[in-house]
Design a protein around this ligand. Structure first.
Ligand code: ZN
Length: 194
């Protein structure tokens, strides 16, 4: 089932989401929510979607970065961003630990701030302890773009949007990013907006 993705300004995006109890994870209702999150993320398309983004204040998010998305990037960007395919998976009640604070500074966007993008400094390596869709413990060590996705989605569970962390002078419409900035390296872009 496709769900509506709520946009910045909805209170649920600024609330702290509630943890799921282990027995709650195994219910048909949670399985249905996960499937709907997956379908909604793939259709958008996006590489991550947190439950608050569909109006559900629970600590659950889905993530998938597909080779077909990465193949559409300008030459060299996948390597520069450390972006590699990530298979579909679910994170529930995640606890994030920064392993290497970096920061890596790249443009990112959000399905709940549709039509815009900005440079967001993020840690380059993180560790996440969480539960999976079966309620089993899952430990994730992530670097590069996957580490960015995890930080972005876990921020959603704490009522934080990327605009809280962005370099505000880099904020631009997605259309202008495509038109003027996409081919530039981040240092080149920062020089022009400094
Ligand atoms: Zn987002």
């Amino acid at each position: 089932m496709l769900l509506d993705i709520v946009q910045a300004g909805e209170a649920v995006l600024r609330a702290t989401a509630r943890p799921l109890r282990r027995e709650e994870i195994l219910t048909a209702e949670t399985a249905g929510l996960i499937e709907a999150l997956r379908e909604t993320m793939n259709t958008a398309p996006g590489v991550g979607l947190a439950a608050p983004q569909v109006g559900v204040p629970l600590r659950i998010a889905v993530i998938e970065d597909k080779a077909e998305y990465i193949g559409k990037l300008p030459a060299g960007q996948a390597e520069e961003r450390g972006r590699r395919p990530v298979p579909f998976h679910v994170i529930i009640n995640p606890v994030l630990t920064i392993v290497d604070p970096g920061p890596a500074q790249f443009f990112e966007g959000c399905l709940s701030v549709a039509g815009f993008t900005a440079i967001v400094p993020r840690a380059t390596r993180v560790h996440v302890d969480c539960l999976d869709h079966r309620g089993e413990s899952l430990a994730i060590d992530a670097a590069g773009w996957y580490a960015r996705i995890l930080q972005h989605e876990i921020d959603h569970l704490n009522g934080i949007l990327y605009v809280d962390r962005m370099k505000s002078r880099s904020f631009c419409t997605a259309a202008n990013y495509e038109k003027h900035w996409k081919q530039l390296s981040v240092p080149e872009f920062q020089e022009r907006i400094a």
